[in-house]
Write a protein that binds this ligand. Structure first.
Ligand SMILES: *Cc1c(COP(=O)(O)O)cnc(C)c1O
Length: 438
């Protein structure tokens, strides 16, 4: 299958090119040329299949022309390795827990599959691929873990000294092997500037094969469709007759786009509810028909502080008019105060600790039910991160500190392996050439 750019100013490319390039030259986003349909037989079988079998079924429909079955199965196996259970708060409300991966957030699914895909498509000329990623905390750890131990690929994580939490730092700066943490004496913007300049530097690009692990890479999006299908299967097991809605806490709208992808492939979903904090460009668009990107506003659900969602262009491919978008998508936005209240309410009512992002989703499901009073409907709210990732906000709000999952407790005792660097490009460039050139 070939992939086209949403801006249509660059040529169609193979899956290999889309994965290795990430972004087309025209700054659009890659989209699959066709949407293969899941067979009705597969959909009927879903409730009796495992997560891995479901993921493989979805992956082979989309990628089966380009990746042989045994290879694809191995990639799916390496990506999953942890569950995505739906936990029911009530008859109508389920929580899809996407935080059982190594860095406790849904981005693990995308990062791990992208690592496998890049490794598979890497030309076999023996030249390694060096990934550079700037992080203010979370992207870096998901990418670092995703690529940990992947043959032929290295990752350098650039992060601002003293500006990430100790827990975040431990998540990417203790790994070693093919992962190098670079502690930059500067801000996140400096880190990002160094990475950008590296991609533009001719000499560096001649000596080293460089790549970014871009968040809009198509191979990061596709695996996110797996857990929608799996969650749907879990819901149908116990709630056969009901209409299933997905509620998605959204920032760049990649997660929601992956859900819509699953539906475009034939998964019977009743609707999608986009939940945002006050960075509400999409809910506002759904209401007014005007798409007006704005600078982002800081909130307690900060992974959704996005003023110009990058995946909106993909949604617009499937829903090109305002009417089409409104028929398929509902949108609600909430303040930090409302979010904190929801966290308290859910904790008091159900004893369930939500992180601020999931709580925004909970509010959107309440608002949707109030507005439409849907009969025989269940809402599956995507819990995008473990509450311990936002420990400070959760503790402040609930007066109760979330516990670090056991498998991560050893992290704080591991030695930090970062290499300190100043923020000037010449030093950074020399470092890369010496460190990576054999
Ligand atoms: C990245 C992230 C989001 C937003 O996801 P998008 O795909 O950008 O919409 C929501 N919650 C958490 C915890 C995240 O890390």
């Amino acid at each position: 299958m070939r992939y086209y750019s949403t801006r249509r100013q660059s040529p169609l490319v193979s899956l290999a090119e889309a994965v290795l390039k990430g972004l087309p030259e025209d700054n659009g986003l890659y989209m699959p040329e066709r949407l293969p349909q899941l067979s009705s037989q597969f959909i009927e079988q879903l409730p009796s299949l495992s997560f891995e079998e479901i993921a493989y079924g979805v992956a082979s429909a989309l990628l089966g022309e380009d990746i042989p079955p045994e290879e694809l199965r191995r990639m799916v196996q390496k990506t999953l390795g942890f569950d995505a259970p739906v936990v029911w708060l009530s008859q109508q409300t389920g929580i899809l827990e996407l935080f059982h991966g190594p860095t406790l957030a849904f981005k693990d699914f995308g990062a791990r599959f992208m690592a496998q895909a890049m490794s598979y498509f890497l030309p076999g000329d023996g030249r390694p691929l060096h990934i550079l990623v700037a992080t203010s905390g979370d992207t870096g750890s998901a990418v670092a873990h995703g690529f940990l131990g992947v043959e032929g690929i290295t990752v350098a994580v650039l992060y601002p000294k003293g500006k990430v939490s100790p827990f975040q730092e431990k998540q990417f700066a203790t790994l070693g092997r093919n992962i190098t943490a670079l502690e930059i004496d500067g801000t996140f913007d400096h880190c990002q500037a160094l990475v950008k300049q590296a991609f533009l530097d001719k000499e560096l690009n001649q000596k080293l094969r460089l790549s970014s692990a871009n968040s809009i890479n198509i191979s990061r999006l596709i695996p996110q469709a797996f857990y929608y299908v799996y969650a749907w299967a879990q819901a149908v097991r116990t709630r056969k007759q009901e209409k299933i809605y997905f509620v998605v806490p959204s920032g760049n709208f990649g997660n929601l786009t992956a859900g819509v992808l699953a539906r475009q492939m034939g998964l019977p979903v009743a609707g999608f509810i986009a939940a945002t904090n006050v960075n509400d460009v999409v809910p506002r668009y759904l209401q007014t028909g005007k798409y007006e990107p704005r600078p982002s506003i800081p909130t307690i659900s900060n992974a959704m502080d996005v003023g110009n969602p990058s995946n909106f262009a993909r949604l617009a491919e499937w829903f090109p008019t305002w009417e089409a978008m409104r028929q398929n998508l509902y949108g609600y936005a909430f303040t930090d105060e409302q979010t904190r209240q929801a966290m308290r309410r859910v904790y008091q009512q159900y004893g369930y600790m939500m992180d601020p992002h999931g709580a925004v989703g909970y509010l959107a499901w309440e608002a949707f039910c109030q507005e439409y009073q849907p009969a025989n409907a269940v809402g599956i709210i995507l819990e995008t991160a473990h509450p311990v990732k936002f420990s400070e906000v959760v503790t402040q709000t609930l007066g109760q500190t979330p516990t670090v999952p056991e498998r991560l407790q050893h992290l704080m005792t591991l030695p930090k392996l970062s290499i300190p660097l100043p923020k000037d490009f010449a030093t950074f460039k020399n470092f890369l050439m010496q460190y990576y050139e054999k």
